[in-house]
Design a protein around this ligand. Structure first.
Ligand SMILES: [Ca+2]
Ligand SMILES: [Ca+2]
Length: 177
């Protein structure tokens, strides 16, 4: 499992990274733009631990098409994801779950978003929901970590925004089509 943690403390209050002005992930590759570009980062004060939900994602299973066939480049696959609320407050609402393929187990802007379904969640503190998601593997065969991210658009204020993404324990091999 991989976690990123980007936070700043202002006057004793921890602020978590919320989003880049262009919607990019907290970790991003450095690309030299052709002309001057300004990116601004938005931070939100962290909710006190007792007052908010905390969504996390885990990958339970990642596989090829139903029936146990292997993952094939360009082919259909499926993933079983568990979204849990480890916070102290209930969460009820619609939230997007991001699924990415990555060459390493850390989520960053270089990773390929392969599915981002919106799901209705009603999670009491400590509750979990299992989601079965469909995906299409990239056309290029290779070895990829599957990364799931709870609240992928960061629409839900949480007591910890830094623990939403988790990678598969092992990379997944996709076979040439
Ligand atoms: Ca969280
Ligand atoms: Ca969030």
């Amino acid at each position: 499992m991989s976690r990123h943690r980007i936070q700043v403390t202002v006057n004793g209050v921890v602020h978590d990274f919320a989003r880049w002005s262009d919607g990019g992930k907290p970790r991003r590759g450095v690309v030299t733009p052709g002309s001057d570009v300004t990116y601004t980062a938005e931070y939100r004060p962290r909710l006190p631990a007792a007052s908010g939900p905390d969504l996390i994602a885990e990958i339970i299973e990642a596989a090829g098409a139903p029936g146990g066939s292997p993952a094939v480049a360009g082919g259909r696959g499926r993933a079983v994801i568990r979204i849990s609320n480890t916070g102290a407050a209930r969460f009820s609402g619609t939230s997007k779950v991001g699924l990415y393929l990555s060459t390493d187990p850390t989520l960053d802007d270089a990773d390929q978003l392969i599915a981002a379904p919106a799901r209705r969640l009603r999670l009491a503190p400590g509750a979990s929901k299992i989601l079965r998601l469909r995906l299409i593997y990239p056309a290029v065969a290779g070895s990829y970590y599957l990364i799931a991210e709870a609240d992928a658009t960061n629409a839900v204020p949480e007591t910890d925004e830094s623990n939403n993404a988790a990678a598969s324990a092992e990379p997944l091999e996709t076979l040439p089509a």
